[in-house]
Write a protein that binds this ligand. Structure first.
Ligand code: TGC
Ligand code: FAD
Length: 367
């Protein structure tokens, strides 16, 4: 039922407009309330106005959203799995009371600032700092590539303190906080990506997440968003596969539909195999997560495999569409370009390879 509901929403509300939004580099802020109304923001969290759905249900929703566009799934991922999850997992009771219900409803938007221009794969080196000043905190630094940054009401900011990395809830109206949107992206165009500048931002003592210190704070949140991508990438791949299959059945060359050529069938069958395997993998990891058995390494396994295969499916689909494959009249090149970002964010394919390499050999090879 959840899958069908989200699929109908995407068909009615997203697909008729997404080509234009992608071309214009735009995502309407009002989408937040629509997604919130459907219970898709913080869907797998419990209490504080969140639906408490299973991991599999949440995954299915991500798959359907990303079958529309990776930017739409990204919006829901950042809101629910990064910003809301961070507050839900690490926040004080007051922070949860203040932010979670309005964020679940889409009335307030959140973003998650971990990456910096010089510290992407290696966030441990971050320069953004938080120092105590009497009872307050003073934050300085610049975060880069932050999804939803320019439309956020609250930013979850990870900053270096004397006690290691800590997380902070930074309301967007805080003096010294500015967001500058990044223009000229050729991927994830229907998604707001911003630079966040923190210049002597003064925050009360209770802006900090009370307990968590160190990189495990943000990395625990990444597990959640990476999990959604395992499913979401298969949604994008499914749209590419279905588009290519439909096109191949009707496009005639040499007096035959191109679907009748063995080389085209080979491509379609290879796409179908990886789509089926990736979807089953997502379901398997989802069931492990629901059973409390999914470790971060399992999530890396799924993210690495499914995004890599989704991108390959998109590229193959693009070839089947020939010249039509390079226009926004069809969804394939939009998904293909989006998946380049999905391959990079939430841990690049190389980082997930190294995480798995360490898991099987016991030897870290990051440095
Ligand atoms: P390392 O020494 O391995 O670990 C530091 C501490 O963190 C713990 N830990 C984890 N905890 C929970 N979940 C995980 N997946 C964890 N991985 C590690 C670890 O146990 C340790 O805890 P403790 O208590 O001993 O302190 O850390 P490292 O500095 O060697 O880094 C490891 C590495 C490279 C894997 C990590 O830095 C990494 O994953 N880098 C990639 C960065 C990344 O993915 N950034 C994503 C930014 S957000 C984003 O892209 C949003 S995109 C928008 C959208 O989703 O749509
Ligand atoms: P780098 O870390 O500089 O990597 C460049 C290349 O070097 C990659 O191929 C990488 O795999 C490789 N490399 C790096 N280290 C190693 C190594 N040890 N061994 C082998 N190869 C290595 N971040 C947020 O915090 N919040 C967000 O909301 C957010 N949204 C994003 C939205 C978009 C559209 C994009 C594109 C990015 C977003 N990011 C966000 C940032 C994203 O997480 C980073 O881009 C990503 O972690 C990679 O960092 P980097 O771009 O600095 O690349």
């Amino acid at each position: 039922m959840i899958r069908d509901t989200v699929r109908a929403f995407v068909t009615d509300q997203i697909l008729p407009r997404i080509g234009d939004w992608f071309e214009q580099g735009f995502l309407p802020k009002e989408l937040a309330r629509n997604l919130g109304g459907l219970g898709l923001l913080g869907m797998h969290l419990s209490g504080y106005g969140c639906p408490g759905a299973s991991a599999v249900a949440y995954g299915l929703a991500c798959m359907e959203l990303e079958a529309g566009d990776s930017g739409v799934r990204s919006f829901a991922s950042v809101q629910g799995s990064l910003a809301m999850f961070a507050i839900h997992r690490w926040g004080s009771e007051e922070q949860k009371q203040q932010w979670l219900a309005p964020m679940a409803a889409g009335e307030k938007i959140g973003c998650f600032g971990l990456t910096e221009a010089d510290f992407g794969s290696n966030p441990a080196g971050m320069r953004t700092s938080a120092r105590r000043d009497g009872g307050d905190w003073i934050l300085n630094g610049t975060k880069m590539w932050i999804t939803n940054g320019g439309i956020a009401d609250v930013a979850v900011i990870w900053a270096m303190t004397d006690e290691g990395i800590r997380g902070f809830c930074v309301p967007a109206q805080t003096k010294g906080f500015t967001a500058n949107d990044i223009e000229r992206k050729l991927s994830l165009r229907a998604s707001i990506t911003s630079e966040l500048v923190l210049h002597d931002c003064r925050l009360p003592a209770d802006a900090a997440f009370p307990e968590v210190h160190g990189l495990k704070g943000p990395l625990a949140c990444l597990n959640e968003a990476r999990y959604g991508i395992i499913w979401g990438s298969m949604g994008a791949a499914r749209t590419c596969y279905e588009t290519a299959l439909d096109y191949a059945k009707t496009r005639v060359q040499f007096d035959r539909p191109i679907a009748a050529f063995q080389l085209t069938q080979q491509k379609l069958v290879d796409m179908l195999l990886e789509l089926g395997k990736g979807t089953l993998l997502a379901l398997h990891i989802g069931r492990m997560k629901d059973g409390g058995r999914a470790a971060p390494d399992h999530v890396s396994f799924g993210k690495l495999n499914n995004v890599r295969e989704a991108l390959q499916i998109a590229r193959e689909a693009r070839t089947i569409l020939g010249a039509n494959g390079v226009t926004l009249e069809y969804p394939v090149i939009r998904h293909m370009n989006n998946l380049e970002s999905v391959l990079t964010y939430e841990g690049t394919s190389e980082i997930h390879t190294l995480i798995l390499g360490q898991a099987i050999t016991g030897k870290p090879a990051f440095t």
